[in-house]
Design a protein around this ligand. Structure first.
Ligand code: NOJ
Ligand code: CA
Length: 699
């Protein structure tokens, strides 16, 4: 029954054999045969996606395991090494032979409690392989979906390695070999840099990349789009990529401060290494591979996790109008919070985020994380009175914990801090780990201070710990300066959003601020990992004037489009309330747009150029569309065939005006309505760094 998904070939190991010819019919024609091998002969195992367009083959032909991937019959990943290196065991790579394999397949749907897509299809073929060097067995699991491949290692406890034997991983040998890398285009940010993930994306020939974070997105010379990432990063170091020679990207696990990459035990699984593969750029956006490779919800009833929209005492600090710390312009005061709660109630926002309410912000808070109290408020902030006031108005306080990277200090207070918030009805907390790269402060068992990377194994554990501890208090977490997303929201649905890229804040003080192409880059890169708390909706685009370096480099309409394009179940209206008063007509879109969806479709786009998304509200009535472009004005024609063919809709269109241009005229916009149906098309005219936002209201 598995002969379609798995073909098995066996041949005498010959060093001269051309490894690129694995797909000749004569080799593929061999039957599945016995899956057991003595290891004396080389073997090749093939696994295809359900639609058969993606074929992975695993071979020990060269005396070590290598995989390669074909898409529509063409090589997209050339033969690439597999394996792990351990301090105690040495290399499990060279010399490993295929010992046995076991195929399986699945075709099911599962439901998200919240998300960009309520029902997610999980259809894949699977192959579990045991490799051996004669002494130790290493398992590899592969899954082939129509939108890509995932694989992971599992070192099971065995006679030579009893359960819980401590193991130190010093290297991962996984490679992703890309042919014609000088002709492939990559979009990437550097890894192991001081600024975590907060960089502008670079566009270069793939061969120009040195070390990069994932999701790492690239386009081959034939137009195939791929993205390398990982899924279910738990109790492991995150994988970054190191280009060792042209086209040879090697897994580069972020190390601990002592140089070890991963500290684990016999019986461990690695995260899934993922390769999303699509004919065109939008194919990457419509993929659910990462979620499908995560485990189902482990938290049980999560009805307490609530998507929604919020405002907050936040932008004022970034603009230097207010301070986080105490003093005459302290932002987080009782009266100011009540004023924000009034605004939120009037315009039906769910929450008010307040930063700078707790003691410890005075002075150089970036470097004094040990000064933070997560339970003691400043004198001018009355937590019980504020939350009681909000409760009357139907608005919740959203909590905030900035650690400045002092995570041991935070961990000690965490339970009390969440308990305090829970007592006062707070159900969502934004956390922060500002600290220059490598400057996360860990106090080890001997009281010695160590500095760890944000994406090393230690912090992978700390971030998840905060999420599981918060869950005990029915609190959802929105992590800033996070570990990258790897789809863990499926397993822990209270990990509601995170930052993990340059957000809006860079427009207030970044040098340079976010470029016009930045938000045309994010969907195809950072957002492939999962939701982002970008904090859109700045309406005063140039508080220091249009010519100041620090301003928002978009039109007003592009700010609206961000709510649809940059998916997050929680979305902020990030500007000061007074700035919304000036454009209440445009503000209406932010009031209307939902943050929880029945389904989402990327309709059009090219990486770093433009993108168009349509999303259907969870109640399945209205649809919303968001389109945005980089610095180039453009027209994009979209068919409305995603709409229900049996309904008519009022399209409420928020678009750039004829003279709009982010640099000179960002406030020129038109709001108009049109009656449309699924048979119509619309031509969207996007200004330079402009956008369109549409609500299709079912009539
Ligand atoms: C960085 C976060 O991204 C930002 O939103 C927050 O205001 C500051 N840290 C202070 O916690
Ligand atoms: Ca940040």
């Amino acid at each position: 029954m598995f002969s379609n998904l798995l073909t098995h070939t066996r041949h005498i190991n010959s060093p001269t054999r051309n490894r690129h010819n694995l797909f000749t019919p004569s080799l593929l024609a061999l039957s599945i045969g016995s899956l057991l091998s003595t290891g004396a002969t080389a073997q090749t195992l093939n696994l295809s996606s359900p639609d058969k367009q993606i074929v992975l083959s695993l071979s020990d032909d060269t005396g070590r395991p290598e995989y390669q991937i074909h898409f529509h019959g063409k090589t997209v990943i050339e033969p690439s090494r597999l394996g792990l290196v351990f301090a105690s065991l040495g290399e499990l790579g060279q010399g490993l032979r295929i010992k046995s394999s076991h195929p399986a397949s699945a075709n099911k749907k599962w439901q998200q409690p919240w998300g960009e897509q309520e029902w997610v299809k999980d259809q894949h073929n699977q192959l579990s392989v045991v490799l051996t060097d004669g002494k130790i067995d290493l398992n590899l699991e592969f899954k082939a979906f129509d939108d890509g491949i995932g694989f992971r290692y599992h070192l099971a406890a065995q006679n030579a390695l009893p359960a819980n034997t401590p193991l130190a991983i010093t290297d991962e040998l996984t490679e992703f070999n890309i042919g014609q890398s000088d002709k492939a285009t990559a979009w990437w940010i550097p890894s192991r840099g001081w600024n975590r993930y907060e960089y502008l994306y670079r566009t270069s020939a793939l061969s120009q990349v040195d070390r990069a974070h994932t999701p790492f997105t690239f386009k081959l010379v034939d137009g195939t789009h791929l993205s390398i990432h990982e899924a279910a990063l738990v109790n492991f170091a995150s994988m970054t990529l190191d280009q060792q020679r042209d086209g040879k990207l090697k897994a580069d696990l972020t190390p601990w401060s002592d140089g070890i990459r991963v500290k684990t035990q016999a019986g461990f699984y690695t995260p899934w290494r993922t390769i999303q593969i699509a004919d065109k750029a939008t194919g990457l956006l419509n993929s659910h591979l990462i979620l499908n490779l995560n485990e189902p919800n482990k938290l049980g009833d999560v009805s307490w996790v609530k998507p929604g929209k919020y405002v907050g005492i936040w932008w004022g600090m970034h603009l230097n109008e207010n301070t986080w710390g105490s003093g005459p312009t302290h932002g987080a005061t009782t009266s100011e919070t009540k004023r924000y709660m009034d605004f939120a109630a009037k315009y039906q926002f769910d929450g008010v985020l307040v930063e700078g309410w707790n003691q410890g912000w005075d002075g150089d808070w970036f470097h004094n994380g040990d000064q933070f109290s997560f339970t003691k408020a400043y004198d001018d902030f009355d937590l019980p009175a504020i939350t009681a006031y909000g409760a009357k108005k139907g608005v919740r306080l959203i909590g905030h914990h900035e650690t400045a990277g002092s995570v041991t200090h935070y961990r000690k207070q965490m339970n009390d801090a969440f308990a305090l918030y829970e007592k006062h009805g707070v159900t969502q907390v934004k956390t922060g780990y500002v600290a220059d790269g490598g400057q996360i402060k860990r106090i080890d068992e001997n009281g010695i201070t160590r500095h760890e990377w944000h994406d090393g194994q230690f912090m992978v554990g700390e971030y998840l710990h905060s999420v599981t501890e918060a869950a005990k208090h029915h609190i959802s977490i929105n992590t800033h300066e996070p570990i990258k997303d790897t789809g863990l929201r499926r397993t822990y649905p209270n990990w509601i959003s995170r930052e993990g890229a340059r957000g809006q804040e860079y427009n207030a003080w970044g040098s340079p601020p976010n470029s016009p192409e930045h938000t045309a880059m994010l969907p195809f890169t950072r957002m492939l990992a999962g939701p982002m708390d970008f904090t859109p909706g700045i309406f005063d685009l140039a508080p220091k004037g249009l010519d100041a370096e620090n301003r928002v480099q978009t039109t007003l309409m592009k700010q609206l489009a961000l709510y649809v394009v940059l998916y997050s179940p929680i979305q902020m209206a990030a500007d000061l309330p007074r700035n919304y008063q000036k454009h209440l007509d445009a503000f209406q879109f932010i009031r209307d747009v939902p943050t929880d969806w029945y389904q989402s479709i990327a309709l059009a786009g090219e990486v770093g150029d433009y993108v168009v998304f349509a999303r259907q509200a969870k109640d399945q009535q209205d649809w919303y569309l968001g389109a945005l472009t980089d610095e180039n004005a453009r027209q994009v024609k979209v068919k409305l065939d995603f709409l229900d063919p049996n309904k008519r809709y009022q399209a409420q269109i928020y678009r750039d005006g004829a003279k709009a241009d982010w640099k000179t005229n960002p406030y020129d916009y038109v709001i108009e309505t049109k009656e449309v149906s699924a048979k119509n098309s619309l031509t969207l005219a996007l200004a330079s760094s402009g956008g369109t936002a549409i609500r299709f209201k079912a009539l």
